[in-house]
Design a protein around this ligand. Structure first.
Ligand code: GDP
Length: 195
């Protein structure tokens, strides 16, 4: 599944703009700066791919990337943008809800959590939204290389504790470092296993 090339397809601002649901897809959510672009680049092995979604104006869009002919990787930016004007935030949240509850080919959401910081309020909010949309989600810890082995356990137990309260949570947590490559093959295998 990960042998093929990756390209940026489009940024979607309304349900009508979604590409044809002709293959499976997984989506990625996380606070800004969590390492989402880096993770998508590492997964696809394509440097600079997901930078497009970080540029101003792209932050309220659902960004589609191909991974070979059989998979879409979907970047859900836009949460943790507390500074955006309320109507913008509301429009974004509406789209996000519609997407999560309406996309038949969405197999799993990956919620990215910084290994240093654990779950914050906005993360808990997105998890609630995933619960109510009945989208199975799995936590991916990012920047694992920045945390010492002995500090990791505390953050992980905070995350496990939080996950136990979310019916849509998949229990297995994936530790990754896009910088070192740790966990990237594991995450690819998990996605490939969703076929
Ligand atoms: P995004 O805003 O979630 O897309 O985050 P980025 O992917 O742009 O990453 C934010 C910052 O964290 C950048 O400076 C990255 O170089 C850094 N970063 C991302 N992933 C890792 C990682 O695995 N290890 C380390 N040490 N830094 C990372």
């Amino acid at each position: 599944l990960f042998a093929g090339e990756s390209t940026f397809v489009k940024g979607v601002v309304a349900m009508s703009g979604l590409p044809d649901a002709d293959r499976m897809e997984v989506c990625f959510a996380g606070r800004s700066n969590v390492g989402k672009s880096s993770l998508i680049n590492a997964l696809t092995g394509t440097k600079g791919l997901a930078r497009a979604s970080n540029t101003p104006g792209r932050t309220q869009e659902i960004n589609y990337f191909t991974q070979g002919p059989e998979l879409y990787l979907v970047d859900l930016p836009g949460y943790g943008y507390a500074n955006a004007p309320l109507p913008v935030v509301e429009k974004w949240q509406r789209l996000l809800k519609q997407y999560l509850s309406g996309r038949q080919t969405l197999r799993r959401a990956f919620v990215l959590i910084d290994s240093r910081h654990g779950i914050k309020k906005v993360d808990a909010e997105i998890m609630k939204l995933l619960d109510s949309s009945a989208v199975t989600f799995q936590v991916v810890m990012t920047k694992a290389d920045k945390v010492k082995e002995k500090d990791r356990a505390a953050v992980l137990s905070q995350v496990r504790e939080a996950l136990s309260k979310h019916p849509a949570a998949y229990p297995e947590i994936v530790l990754t470092s896009s910088e070192k490559g740790d966990g990237i093959p594991t995450l690819r295998a998990i996605i490939a296993g969703l076929e």
